[in-house]
Design a protein around this ligand. Structure first.
Ligand code: F6P
Length: 456
C-alpha cells in the first residue's frame, strides 16, 4: 500500500484536545498506511507566510505552514469564507467577490504546493480536503507531481447555474480536472458537478461517474457520504452520563424534556429560522407549554467575517424576544449558549435530549445529526428532527424530515417528536443506527481510498 498524504486547511496535530470525527477517521487511515498530514498551522504570524513546522508521531509526520494576516485574510476569511462558502451553500445573495482575495487564495494554494511538492514521492497517494484547497491538485501537477491525487468536498456542490454566476468560474472549477477522483457527500452533489462539467465546463460525462476534460484527461467524480465513528460515540455517550456537566444539565431541567441543537454559529445552519420555529411551537402547541426546554449550543465561528458577526447579533435579539414573551419565573424556554464543549460532553448532552434539532438551510452532510442518533440510549431513544436540505437526510430517512423554511412544519415536528410513543421511537432509531454502524467513518475512508487507489 502506498504512503498516504492528507492535506487540509486545519490539521489535528497530536495533543490537540478537540480533534473531531473527521480527524479520527483520517488518523486511522494515516496509521494504517503511514504518511503525512499537511496544512495550515492555525497560527497567524507577523513575518512572511510559509514557515514550516514538523513533528512526528509514530509513522505519521505532521507538516504545517504559518500564514501572515494578509494571506489569511485573503485566503481564509476572504475568498474561502466570503466567496466560496456562500456560493457552495446556495447563497448567491451573500457572495462577496473580489479579485484581490481571489488572488490571495491562489497565492496561498501555490505556497502550499511549493512546500508540499518536494516532500512527495512518485508512489504516494495524496488526498486533499475541502473548498479551501480546490486548485491545489492542479498546482501540484504544474510542479511535476504525477502520483494519484484525490479531492473530497465536504460541503455541497450547488447547481451549475449558481457556479456560473461566479466571475471567471471556469478557471477555478476546471482546476478540479487535475484530480484522479473527486468525492462528494451525496449523489445529487456528484450529479450537479457532472452537469456543470457538461454545461459550462467544456467536458463530457462518460459512464460510471467518469468524466472527460477538454483535451481528453479522464477522471472520476462520485458520492462517498461521510460517516462517524458510530461505536466510539455510542460508548462515549453512555460513559458521559456520569460527567458533572451532563448531570448538572439534567438536574437543571427538573422533570422537563430537553430539545438540543449544536451548530457552529453559521448562517447555513438556519438558526434564526430554527428559533422562530421553536417560538411557533410554543404558540401552536400551547398544551405542551412548559414541558420542554430547548438548549442551543452555538460556538462562535469565523468571527472576523462580517456576516457571522451580524448573525450573532440577530440571534441574541430573537432569543431575547422569545424568552421575553414566553418565559415564566421558573422556566426559560430557550437557553442559548455560545460556549464550546468537549466532544465527549456533547454526546452526553445528546443522550439527555428527547429531541435533536438539526435544521440547516443547506449542509453537505451534517455530522451532528448522525452523532445525535449514535448517542441515544437504545432503551429510550430520542427523536431527530432533520432538515431535508442536509446531506444526512438522504441516509437518515427515519428522522422527522422538515423543510427548515416552513416554521409551522418545524413547530409540529417538535411537538410530534416530544410525544412519540416508545415503540415508534425505538423502531426509527434502530433503523438509523444499523445504517450508521454499517456506513461509519472507516467505511467512508476505506471506500474512498480504494476507489482512488484503483483510479488508474
Ligand atoms: O463544513 C466544512 C468545514 O470545513 C468542516 O469540515 C469544519 O468542521 C468546519 O467547516 C470548520 O470551519 P473553520 O475551519 O472555518 O472553523
Amino acid at each position: 500500500m502506498s504512503r498516504l498524504v492528507v492535506v487540509s486547511n486545519r490539521v489535528a496535530v497530536p495533543g490537540e484536545s478537540r480533534a473531531g470525527g473527521l480527524a479520527v477517521g483520517l488518523l486511522a487511515a494515516l496509521k494504517e498506511r503511514g504518511g503525512m498530514w499537511f496544512g495550515w498551522s492555525g497560527k497567524t504570524v507577523r513575518e512572511d507566510s510559509g514557515r514550516i513546522h514538523e513533528q512526528r508521531d509514530g509513522d505519521i509526520q505532521y507538516v504545517t505552514m504559518d500564514l501572515n494576516k494578509r494571506d489569511l485574510d485573503a485566503y481564509y476569511n476572504g475568498f474561502s469564507n466570503r466567496t466560496l462558502w456562500p456560493l457552495l451553500h446556495f447563497r448567491l445573495d451573500l457572495v462577496d467577490y473580489d479579485r484581490a482575495t481571489r488572488e490571495g487564495y491562489r497565492r496561498v494554494n501555490a505556497m502550499f504546493a511549493d512546500k508540499l511538492a518536494p516532500l512527495l514521492r512518485d508512489d504516494d497517494t495524496v488526498w486533499i480536503h475541502d473548498y479551501h484547497l480546490i486548485p491545489l491538485g492542479s498546482l501540484l501537477r504544474e510542479r511535476g507531481v504525477g502520483c494519484r491525487i484525490g479531492f473530497f468536498l465536504h460541503v455541497p456542490m450547488p447547481s451549475a447555474d449558481l457556479l456560473q454566476a461566479m466571475p471567471d468560474h471556469l478557471r477555478l472549477f476546471s482546476s478540479l480536472y487535475a484530480y484522479d477522483l473527486i468525492g462528494f457527500q451525496t449523489q445529487r452533489d456528484a450529479d450537479r458537478f457532472h452537469s456543470y462539467v457538461r454545461l459550462f465546463g467544456g467536458g463530457r460525462v462518460l459512464a460510471d461517474g467518469m468524466l472527460e476534460a477538454p483535451g481528453g484527461r479522464q477522471f472520476r467524480a462520485a458520492a462517498f457520504p461521510i460517516g462517524i465513528d458510530t461505536d466510539l460515540i455510542a460508548r462515549q455517550a453512555k460513559a458521559a452520563a456520569n460527567k458533572p456537566s451532563v448531570r448538572d444539565l439534567r438536574a437543571s431541567l427538573r422533570d422537563r424534556q430537553l430539545a438540543i441543537g449544536v451548530d457552529r454559529l453559521d448562517y447555513s445552519k438556519g438558526l434564526p429560522e430554527r428559533f422562530l420555529g421553536f417560538e411557533r411551537y410554543l404558540e401552536r402547541h400551547a398544551d405542551q407549554r412548559g414541558s420542554l426546554t430547548y438548549l442551543q449550543i452555538a460556538p462562535v465561528s469565523r468571527g472576523d467575517v462580517t456576516e457571522y458577526r451580524q448573525l450573532r447579533g440577530q440571534l441574541e435579539q430573537i432569543a431575547g424576544h422569545i424568552n421575553g414573551g414566553h418565559a415564566e419565573p421558573d422556566w426559560t424556554p430557550l437557553r442559548y449558549v455560545n460556549q464550546n464543549f468537549t466532544h465527549a460532553t456533547l454526546t452526553g448532552f445528546y443522550r439527555s435530549a428527547a429531541v435533536g434539532l438539526v435544521t440547516p438551510l443547506r449542509d453537505g452532510m451534517n455530522l451532528v445529526a448522525k452523532e445525535y442518533v449514535a448517542s441515544q440510549d437504545p432503551e429510550n431513544p430520542g427523536v431527530l428532527v432533520l432538515s431535508l436540505l442536509a446531506g444526512a437526510a438522504d441516509e437518515l430517512k427515519q428522522a422527522l424530515l422538515v423543510n427548515p423554511h416552513d416554521l409551522d412544519g418545524v413547530a409540529d415536528a417538535i411537538a410530534t417528536a416530544a410525544t412519540m410513543p416508545l415503540q415508534r421511537r425505538r423502531e426509527r432509531w434502530q433503523a438509523m443506527m444499523d445504517h450508521l454502524r454499517r456506513y461509519d467513518i472507516n467505511h467512508w475512508r476505506r471506500t474512498y481510498l480504494e476507489a482512488l487507489d484503483s483510479s488508474r
